[in-house]
Design a protein around this ligand. Structure first.
Ligand code: NAD
Length: 377
């Protein structure tokens, strides 16, 4: 059995709150990991099988991601037990109850994640006045619609390409998971001259060495189809994208898709992580030792949370995109330089960079992990 302080280390978590309200069937958890750099931002995940362990790990990932991106926000995460496809009125009741129960937890700003969306954030905002990832009419910047994360992935790829003297113009890319992140990464990279040679989704994959039509694929996906509905190219099983020859391989779907069993099959010069934890630690080490540059997830896919933080400050969409570009280019550069100079994995360099930022912020705090109460002297 997990003991309450099993998760505790020098960075957090600062608070774990379990919520239970039988009248509406609410079971939820909030983990505020560390707020030394500011109030935490992290998504609310809704699924039947969420867990405390998952919530703690995701909250820490947000601490590192937000610190690495230089945002004035710490890391937190919340989960709610339930089927995200439940009737809307029931979902609204649960979310409003949860938000209301956490009204005083000003160290946590709700955002969307798996199982929640802009509408859910609108309910939270209405209830407690604190949420990001809002609908446009409530001041939100629709990050999946504009491709905020794919935009950041593109800049990470551009910097990584410079590190291995690769021109983006003519570079072949493979996108595993042609969804909100993957399709926009493909769109922005092909605008820079790269060629999309393969793309996959949950139903299969499509491959054409001559290049796939990205706009046509996006249209098919937006209309509810699959990449395999694309008229040209060779249809493949969804996992067959692993060994397609390319320069840039972009995982943008599930965790652990590059693992010890299949890592030797990859034929690429770089892996730019659009998805969260797409490679196992062993696979990432193997790639590093074989000269493949891996830009870690919390550096490459921070575009979404940078956009959310900008939205919270009331910034425009243009300013948010400019900030994503600036931060992700600078961070990718720093991480790859440090990895090369210290002969460590980019992930190790990125973790050290983020941890140092959090620890520096903690030193200027009276309570380390916690923020002082407003008006404290
Ligand atoms: P999404 O649901 O829009 O897209 C995921 C795509 O992957 C879909 O096209 C789906 O069909 C496909 N897919 C699912 N299983 C697959 C498989 N086994 N093989 C190939 N394709 C598969 O989701 P998204 O928002 O694009 O998120 C993708 C990943 O990026 C997730 O890991 C998410 O946590 C991460 N991420 C997303 C954002 C964001 O801004 N949306 C930000 C940071 C990280």
């Amino acid at each position: 059995m997990t003991e309450p302080f099993d998760f505790a280390d020098e960075l957090g978590p600062a608070k774990i709150i379990h919520l239970h309200e039988p009248r509406v069937g609410l079971r939820a958890i909030l983990v505020v990991d560390n707020v030394a750099t500011g109030p935490s931002i992290g998504g609310l995940r809704m699924a039947s099988d969420v867990s405390l362990d998952e919530c703690v790990r995701l909250a820490r990932a947000m601490t590192l991601k937000n610190a690495a991106a230089g945002l004035p926000h710490g890391g937190g995460k919340s989960v709610i037990f339930g089927d995200p496809g439940m009737p809307q009125d029931q979902k609204e009741r649960l979310l409003r109850t949860m938000a209301s129960a956490l009204r005083q937890e000003e160290d946590y700003i709700f955002g969307p994640d798996m199982g929640t969306n802009e509408q859910c954030m609108a309910w939270v905002l209405d209830e407690i006045g604190r949420a990001v990832g809002l609908p446009r009419e409530l001041g939100g910047i629709p990050l999946d619609e504009i491709g905020a994360t794919g935009w950041g992935v593109t800049h990470a790829a551009e910097i990584a390409a410079q590190h291995c003297d690769l021109a983006l113009d003519g570079a072949r890319i493979v996108v595993q998971g042609f969804g909100a992140v993957g399709k926009h990464a493909a769109r922005f990279l092909t605008q820079r001259g790269a060629i999309l040679v393969a793309a996959s989704d949950s139903r299969g994959a499509i491959h054409d060495d001559g290049g796939l039509d990205v706009s046509a694929l996006i249209k098919i996906k937006d209309e509810g189809g699959s990449v395999i509905d694309h008229g040209s190219g060779q249809k493949l099983d969804r996992d067959a994208v692993i060994d397609i020859d390319c320069e840039i391989w972009i995982p943008a779907a599930r965790p652990d898709v590059i693992n010890n069993e299949n890592v030797t099959k990859l034929r690429t010069r770089m892996v730019i992580a659009g998805a969260n934890i797409p490679s196992t630690p062993g696979a990432e080490r193997y790639l590093h030792e074989h000269g493949v540059i891996c830009v870690p997830d919390f550096i490459a896919n921070a575009g979404g949370v940078i956009c959310a933080a900008m939205e919270y400050q009331g910034a425009t969409e243009t300013a948010a995109m400019a900030s994503i570009e600036e931060k992700i280019r600078r961070n990718t550069e720093t991480v790859l330089d440090r990895a090369r100079d210290h002969n460590v994995l980019p992930r190790e360099a990125a973790t050290a960079l983020a941890t140092e930022r959090v620890q520096r912020a903690m030193r200027s705090r009276r309570h380390g992990l916690f923020s002082a109460a407003p008006g404290f002297i």
